[in-house]
Write a protein that binds this ligand. Structure first.
Ligand SMILES: Cc1cc2nc3c(=O)[nH]c(=O)nc-3n(C[C@H](O)[C@H](O)[C@H](O)COP(=O)(O)OP(=O)(O)OC[C@H]3O[C@@H](n4cnc5c(N)ncnc54)[C@H](O)[C@@H]3O)c2cc1C
Length: 505
């Protein structure tokens, strides 16, 4: 008899949330994580005493009565988190290279959102109202995001095959305003040719409802959920890399770790990329057509990130994010050439409990495709176990890229270099190695309005005791992954039963 009812591969947010739900329901759960730190993209790191997030810069929907707040109450962490509400009148600020000096604010609360933008776009007030009404209407077609019990299938819903860029331009006549409204699209690696409207709507909706930063980083979410999983009797092991998923007579019997250790279980949930999961699994139960479909799915773009330790008491803390675009077309930034790629950047300023009115650190993110670091694809580095150097040329490449980006940032934050104490950078290789992200892709499988059903991954597979969870399922981000965990665990305990429990928490 195997010791575990459920073995979960990967301790990303989706893996941990699934472990919490199932251990709370009496399942004997084990989570296996390859890294030292748990949490996947919830991980933080520290340089010169400054804390940096790797994948959670801000979170939406956390105010009382909102969807993520309710979920976090269910996970027993809402009252534990150390959060700061971002600027109500402008949590995201969009700016353009041809319009320096002007910034366009995304505000919290739908009425406030319209009013703040109507200051700069007074003739578009009615169009803005139509836009916000339609965004909420789109979200209504995704009942799970509102924690509504609803048996309607997620597939076949209205709006799946609508293009986000076309939708915005059909409602908003001013071209600058169209781009302002889509200005936070690096949040979902927005691509004008592909991104479906529902991706834009679900993401912006959650932040317009409310926007928060985690003080001292997002890893506190991992810490509290982990504690609660253990209190439920669940087990979590780090440094436990799964190398093989073994099937016999149509069901998974065990997984094999890189050490050769075999771990048996009754059920297995993969919190890692479906294509990587398939690579680890030898089974005739999974048809080649399915494998080919999964392997053929495109992943979101990756990024080049500069994490800056600021000189003490020099740069005032900003309670908002900056999204800056060299050109007016925000939808083309994701596909810009390497030279042009530095034209668009996002700036996130972490909130530290020590910093007071000054910031300790700053993160600058620009798009970067895996191709740009392909020549170092054979190297692997995660600290502290695999501290391989990728070589001098790689260091030079990163340095040159950083200088190019800082030159561009200079237009948005004059004298940026004068605030810098030190910096570190990460590339698509960092996300590939630490998280196991395919091609270092920021948010997993890219969604495409032209064939929306192809990019939806079911939590179930042809093998009855193998399941998926995590950002590749429906949507990425804290909310998307949480909804994914509800879908996955709903297969075990009943989705409406689980929603009732969450709504009554
Ligand atoms: C740069 C960046 C910025 C972001 N900013 C935000 C933001 O501001 N707000 C927001 O809501 N979302 C943001 N996101 C998205 C969000 O962080 C992710 O969607 C979410 O955390 C993904 O969770 P997941 O459950 O899919 O697991 P992942 O984070 O993908 O974790 C997977 C885990 O599996 C482990 N693993 C991989 N292979 C194996 C193996 N063979 N054996 C054992 N373990 C394995 C990995 O080490 C990792 O711990 C951002 C993402 C990135 C990359």
């Amino acid at each position: 008899m195997s010791k575990y009812d459920v073995v979960i591969i990967g301790s990303g947010l989706g893996g941990l949330e699934s472990a919490y739900i199932l251990s709370k329901e009496g399942y004997k759960v084990l989570v296996l994580e390859k890294n030292r730190q748990l949490g996947g993209s919830l991980q933080i790191f520290v340089r010169d005493k400054a804390i940096f997030d790797t994948g959670i810069h801000y979170i939406g929907g956390l105010s009382e009565g909102q969807n993520l707040n309710q979920c976090f109450k269910y996970f027993g962490i809402m009252d534990k988190l150390n959060l700061i509400k971002m600027d109500e009148d402008g949590f995201d600020r969009i700016s353009f290279g041809d319009d320096i000096g002007n910034e366009y604010k995304h505000a919290q609360g739908y009425d406030n959102f319209v009013e703040q933008l109507a200051v700069q776009f007074p003739h578009q007030r009615e169009e803005l109202k139509t836009y916000t009404k339609l965004i909420q209407d789109v979200c209504n077609y995704f009942p799970l995001y509102q924690l509504r019990e609803d048996d309607a299938p997620i597939l076949g819903t209205k709006y799946l095959d609508v293009n986000a860029k076309d939708f915005i331009s059909s409602v908003i006549s001013d071209v600058r305003l169209q781009n302002v409204l889509a200005g936070s699209n690096p949040l979902y690696a927005g691509d004008g040719e592909k991104t479906p409207l529902y991706v834009h709507a679900l993401v912006v909706n959650t932040y317009i409802e409310s926007s928060y930063k985690c003080i001292d980083g997002g890893s506190q979410i991992e810490r509290w959920i982990t504690k609660n999983i253990k209190a439920n009797g669940g087990e979590i092991r780090n440094y436990s890399e799964v190398k093989k998923i073994v099937e016999k007579d149509g069901i998974i019997t065990h997984v094999e770790l890189s050490t050769g250790e075999k771990i048996e279980g009754k059920n297995f949930i993969s919190n890692i990329h479906p294509a990587t999961t398939m690579e680890m699994l030898e089974s005739t139960k999974i048809k080649n057509a399915y494998r080919n479909r999964i392997n053929g799915l495109e992943n979101c773009s990756s990024a080049f990130i500069i994490d800056i330790v600021l000189k003490p008491q020099t740069f005032k803390y900003t309670n908002y994010n900056i999204y800056h675009f060299g050109e007016n077309d925000v939808w083309s930034a994701v596909n810009a050439t390497p030279e042009m790629g530095t034209n668009a950047f996002c700036i996130f300023v972490p909130k530290s409990s020590k910093g007071g009115q000054y910031a300790d650190s700053m993160t600058i993110l620009t798009y970067m495709k895996f191709d740009q670091v392909k020549q170092w694809a054979d190297t692997f580095a995660t600290v502290p176990k695999h501290n391989d150097s990728r070589g001098e040329e790689y260091e030079e490449f990163k340095k040159k890229k950083t200088e190019q980006i800082l030159d561009k940032v200079e237009s948005r934050i004059p004298n940026i270099r004068s605030y810098i104490n030190s910096y570190t950078t990460s590339t698509p290789l960092s996300y590939r190695d630490y998280i196991g992200a395919k091609d270092g892709g920021l948010y997993g499988i890219a969604k495409d309005y032209r064939d929306p059903l192809r990019t939806f991954i079911s939590p179930t597979t042809k093998i009855p005791n193998l399941f998926f969870t995590g950002q590749n399922l429906n949507m990425h981000g804290v909310l998307g992954v949480t909804v994914g965990a509800i879908r996955t665990c709903g297969v075990f305990v009943g989705q409406n039963y689980l929603l009732k429990k969450i709504n009554n928490s």
